[in-house]
Ligand binder design. Structure first.
Ligand SMILES: NC(=O)C1=CN([C@@H]2O[C@H](COP(=O)(O)OP(=O)(O)OC[C@H]3O[C@@H](n4cnc5c(N)ncnc54)[C@H](O)[C@@H]3O)[C@@H](O)[C@H]2O)C=CC1
Ligand SMILES: O=C([O-])CC(=O)C(=O)O
Length: 269
């Protein structure tokens, strides 16, 4: 049998707590060893009833685990990522947008032996996008539509004095590349960052963000025009109760991603 890998999770919100609970119920080849959070006392209470309670540690100490999953706000990304990468571990980011302006971490990982594994997260089809990007790709676009409250608090909206609370019809609030989208909407379009990394990069990947009172789900449509194929794919994510910005499928995607690190049978590229 393959060796068991220990997992550390940074952040116990919509993604992290769900993931922690799933690992505690038992996932072959993986053991939840440690968690971190902003409020360590609250974290202790959250995991206290687990079958096998993990250690509650500061962010940097998660790097003692084989795999570090970041599921914290983007502002905490650098501390969590740096510790894991310096220690040569497997780093699985949720705040993928925060990786785009820190691509030096990828170079550093090459030196330390760390790996950075970006999960598909709230998106779909990154296997096909990666395959297409092995050949010629003309264009990659993503259109994100969220119920207005799923965009609340984004720095771009504040800078441009856009009040999504007042939106009554579908309104395009951003059009630009994935790099700028990730900076302006750090808690809303990590999917665009993941798409950019899978395909043709953050400068060439084009993004539209819509505040749409007509949708109840966080909806992402990817369009890829490539020499080998044309892709059009849509995912409609049920917003999680804990954080309406985050689709419920996100922690499930991370569980699937972690299983892929240890499973004998792995499906999809
Ligand atoms: N890759 C993807 O497809 C997706 C990524 N995300 C991103 O994943 C990240 C986590 O999302 P959610 O779980 O929905 O957020 P959340 O807000 O529900 O949970 C974040 C947790 O981190 C904790 N936290 C705050 N500061 C911290 C610190 N300095 N160190 C450690 N923990 C800290 C908070 O107390 C909270 O419990 C966000 O950046 C979000 O934008 C969200 C949805 C999809
Ligand atoms: O959950 C979603 O639909 C997408 C999301 O928040 C993100 O990409 O950050």
């Amino acid at each position: 049998m393959a060796q068991e890998l220990t997992v550390g999770i940074a952040g116990l919100g919509a993604i992290g707590l769900h993931l922690a609970r799933t690992l505690d119920t038992g996932v072959e080849g993986l053991r939840l060893a440690a968690v971190s959070a902003r409020d360590l006392k609250k974290a202790q209470a959250n995991v206290g009833g687990f079958k096998v309670p993990p250690m509650v540690v500061p962010n940097a100490e998660l790097a003692a685990c084989d795999i570090v999953v970041e599921a914290a706000p983007a502002a905490a990304f650098e501390e969590i990522a740096t510790a894991a990468i310096e220690a040569g571990k497997i780093f699985v980011p949720s705040s993928v947008g925060a990786l785009l302006p820190r691509m030096h971490l990828v170079d550093r990982a090459k030196q330390t032996g760390a790996r950075i594994i970006v999960p598909t997260g709230a998106l779909l089809g990154l296997d096909a996008v990666r395959a297409a990007a092995e050949g010629e790709v003309e264009s990659v676009t993503i259109e994100t539509r969220k119920p207005p409250r799923g965009l609340e608090g984004a720095p771009y909206l504040k800078q441009h004095a856009i009040d999504v609370g007042a939106v009554t019809t579908a309104t395009c609030v951003f059009k630009g590349n994935a790099f700028d989208a990730a900076q302006g909407f750090p808690a809303n379009v990590n999917v665009a960052a993941a798409l950019a990394l899978a395909g043709i990069g953050p400068e060439r990947t084009m993004v539209e963000i819509w505040a749409d009172p007509g949708v109840t789900r966080n909806t992402h449509t990817i369009r890829v025009e490539a020499a080998a194929a044309r892709l059009t794919m849509t995912i409609e994510n049920v917003p999680s109760e804990e954080n309406p910005r985050t689709g419920k499928i996100t922690p499930l995607s991370i569980v699937a991603c972690l299983r892929g690190l240890t499973s004998t049978l792995k499906v999809g590229s």
